[in-house]
Design a protein around this ligand. Structure first.
Ligand SMILES: Cc1cc2nc3c(=O)[nH]c(=O)nc-3n(C[C@H](O)[C@H](O)[C@H](O)COP(=O)(O)OP(=O)(O)OC[C@H]3O[C@@H](n4cnc5c(N)ncnc54)[C@H](O)[C@@H]3O)c2cc1C
Length: 377
């Protein structure tokens, strides 16, 4: 047997899973079709938002707490600046469902936060042009993560604990036998007792039972240069944010590169239907709506992006991931469908995957993440 556990795909979820498995003493074999920390999947683009006051629901908060602790641990053990605490500002009308869920998160879990009424919000953060009645919820536990560095750090920690990671080694076939799993990758066969699929946007090929339930979406990140003093957009003055105004869902992070501010449409980048999800190209006319949103809501930025890139993620119909055993075998787990909001939780999912594989259970509530909700019908 080559390893106890094989991990297929070493993006955010796979690298964290390999780290957590290896530190728990398991023998781990990890496969990655590209180089470690590459930018072709869901876990690249310089920065990711970390939020505790969760638009998607207060039920995520215990998992977010676990993730935050592990982010700090990974930063400390790697010596890399993976998490920049900037706070995260949610902006919107208080009656919006997502703003209500933010308030529920802070109230139910006693999160450190500040509610900013419209006047305070406008005075403290003049970078945002706020509309009548909009409030801000400043989530003190929020911040900015560095995705490429994080994947590399988790891989390095996994290797330090003995994991064998194989970059540039695409898995071509996985076969289940009574006592083992046979994996063919780059023409060579490997064996393991258990396999964990963390293939992100490519999960449909590797776990065909989930294919009808995962949709691939290209997501575009755009960076805009300030027209005035760049210091106004530095992390000390401009927290990460997520904003919903007039049906426009915008998110952004402070200046991380000394010259531009990343902001983009939350969720998919408007309607990109007809675009090949695996593409990295984009018709530049598609950038106009985001430029228009920047002109309206962040008037201190030049509305033509100085750069942009296209990434992708796999979405489920309920925007909730699948973290479960693969139906039909007790030798496989799958983590997929993170629907544009999985990165911040990646170390917690890595811990969960390791617990499920090594102990058969986890102390965190996986709530609605079962595969059966899709595959049982
Ligand atoms: C542009 C964008 C912005 C986002 N913003 C945020 C944010 O601000 N905050 C947040 O929390 N989340 C955010 N998300 C979501 C989050 O980044 C993703 O949900 C998360 O990164 C998914 O990680 P993954 O490991 O599932 O996928 P990936 O990182 O894509 O990893 C899958 C890996 O599997 C490998 N692989 C696939 N098939 C094979 C094979 N056959 N053999 C070997 N290797 C294989 C791939 O090469 C890849 O490295 C964003 C996503 C995108 C795309």
């Amino acid at each position: 047997m080559d390893a106890d556990i094989a991990v297929i795909g070493l993006g955010a979820m796979g690298s964290m899973t390999a780290w957590q498995l290896a530190r728990a003493g398991a023998s781990v074999l990890g496969f990655e079709q590209y180089g470690l920390g590459h930018d072709r999947g869901a876990s690249a683009g310089e920065s990711r938002l970390f939020r505790m006051a969760y638009h998607e629901g207060a039920a995520y908060v215990p998992m977010l707490r676990r993730a935050r602790a592990l982010w700090h641990e990974l930063s400390d053990s790697s010596g890399l600046p993976l998490f920049r605490p900037t706070g995260c500002l949610s902006i919107g009308l208080p009656e919006l469902p997502q703003m209500r869920r933010v308030r529920e998160s802070v109230d139910e879990h006693g999160l450190d936060h500040e509610i900013l009424d419209p006047d305070v919000l406008a005075a403290r953060y003049p970078q945002h042009r706020v509309h009548d009645g909009e409030i801000g919820v400043l989530d003190a536990g929020g911040g900015v993560l560095r995705p490429e560095l994080a994947v590399l750090a988790a891989c390095a920690q996994a290797q330090r604990h003995g994991a064998r990671l194989l970059p540039h080694t695409p898995v071509e076939n996985v076969r289940f036998e009574d006592d083992r799993v046979r994996i063919t990758a780059a023409g060579t066969e490997y064996t393991a007792r258990t396999v964990i699929f963390t293939a992100g946007p490519w999960s449909r090929q590797l776990v065909p039972g989930l294919a009808p339930h995962l949709t691939l979406r290209p997501l575009v990140l755009t960076w805009f240069a300030p027209t005035g003093d760049p210091a106004d957009w530095a992390p000390e003055r401009f927290p990460a944010f997520i904003r919903d105004t007039d049906g426009v869902h915008l998110f952004g992070v402070p200046m991380m590169d000394g010259m531009s501010v990343k902001t983009g449409f939350a969720d998919a980048f408007g309607d990109l239907s007809g675009t090949d999800a695996y593409t990295r190209d984009l018709d530049e006319r598609r950038l106009r709506p985001i430029g228009e949103a920047v002109r309206r809501f962040l008037p201190g930025l030049h509305p033509d992006p100085v750069r942009y890139s296209v990434y992708m993620d796999a979405y489920t119909s309920d925007r909730t991931a699948v973290v479960d055993r693969v139906p039909g075998t007790d030798r496989a787990l799958v983590l997929a469908g993170f629907s544009g909001h999985g990165f911040k939780l990646a170390p917690a999912f890595g811990r969960i995957a390791a617990d499920l594989a090594l102990r058969g259970g986890t102390d965190l509530d996986l709530g609605a993440m079962s595969a059966a909700r899709f595959t049982a019908a």
